[in-house]
Design a protein around this ligand. Structure first.
Ligand code: THU
Length: 137
């Protein structure tokens, strides 16, 4: 896994915590925040945005990723996710696939809980055998 300093982990969790406050969650009431660091050095924040039809709900991770890609970013160094539960946050399967489109398998994914405790896993650990452009032959 690509190295990430403890200081940077804390910094990204703090930003993800701020992002979590913007969650639009009238249905699940489950707040999620994400902080994605691009190779440019810029940070992109996201929250989950729910919908009365449930299916169109967008996770915090994808909100951050789509904001970044729109701004022209194509490479990423790390992702932090936090939610208001006491278990460690982990990106859902759809978000893992979206991350695999732009992020290397060795990118650290910081998974935090509501106390700010965390575990770090590589994207490849979360999504082995990802479907990528190399499979489109
Ligand atoms: N959610 C996220 O934002 N990220 C995840 O990786 C897991 C789930 C959101 C979607 C929905 O608004 C709420 O959490 C409950 O599933």
């Amino acid at each position: 896994m690509k190295e990430i300093h403890e200081y940077e982990v804390r910094n990204m969790i703090r930003m993800a915590q701020d992002a979590m406050k913007r969650a639009y969650v009238p249905y699940s009431k489950f707040h999620v925040g994400a902080c994605l660091k691009a190779a440019s050095g810029a940070y992109y924040l996201g929250c989950n945005i729910e919908n009365a039809a449930y299916g169109p709900t967008n996770c915090a991770e994808r909100t951050a990723m789509f904001k970044a890609v729109y701004e022209g970013e194509r490479k990423f160094d790390a992702l932090a996710v936090i939610w208001d539960g006491d278990t460690y946050s982990v990106p859902c399967g759809v978000c893992r696939q979206v991350l695999a489109e732009f992020c290397d398998g060795d990118m650290p994914v910081i998974c935090a809980n509501n106390k700010g405790e965390y575990q770090v896993r590589s994207l490849k650990e979360l999504l082995p055998y990802a479907f990528t452009k190399e499979d489109l032959v």
